[in-house]
Design a protein around this ligand. Structure first.
Ligand code: HEM
Length: 140
């Protein structure tokens, strides 16, 4: 169980990040070029939302089956354990909340410019937070 979820979380991270990077670039291009927000832009944004939510779900399961997750919480002097048991999960939950806020808020906005703007701000912030707290040394 642990190995399967750990590999799934590790592998899905590539897909989630690629989808999020594409959504950020698309939102920035749309915002700065003042394009019209089309169903294609909506699709790009929803793929990033689904990709990161799947990663969140895998992360939550992993957190309770991994020896580096919940069971390591408390050992805050070890930098690597602090990252996997506290900083990485907490930061990513905040990042995915920001991404979810952008998705729900864009539905209430009417202008294309405002839709691109909310995705450009919140998806970019989410991406930066995720990148900042990835346990890179474990991944590569
Ligand atoms: C978009 C969000 C996330 C991304 C991109 C991500 C990515 C990663 C990556 C690349 C690793 C290293 C994997 C490896 O060993 O090869 C990792 C480890 C880990 N992640 Fe995440 N993660 C995310 C969200 C979460 C969340 C929300 C949680 C918990 C609530 C979580 C819990 C963990 C744990 C416990 C580990 C250590 C697993 C182990 O090796 O035993 N992750 N994550």
């Amino acid at each position: 169980m642990y190995q399967f979820i750990q590999q799934f979380h590790s592998g899905w991270a590539y897909l989630a990040l690629i989808m999020l990077v594409i959504a950020v670039i698309n939102a920035l291009i749309g915002f700065f070029s003042k394009k019209e927000f089309t169903p294609k832009d909506r699709k790009i944004a929803i793929f990033a939302l689904i990709g990161t939510h799947t990663q969140l779900l895998l992360g939550l399961i992993l957190y309770f089956v991994s020896p580096l997750g919940f069971s390591a919480l408390g050992n805050m002097t070890d930098k690597a354990l602090r990252l996997t048991s506290l900083e990485h999960p907490l930061t990513n939950i905040i990042a995915i909340t920001l991404i979810t806020i952008a998705w729900s808020k864009h539905k209430k906005l009417t202008s294309s410019h405002a839709k691109f703007k909310i995705f450009a701000i919140f998806y970019t912030l989410g991406l930066l937070l995720i990148l900042k707290m990835i346990p890179w040394s474990m991944w590569f």
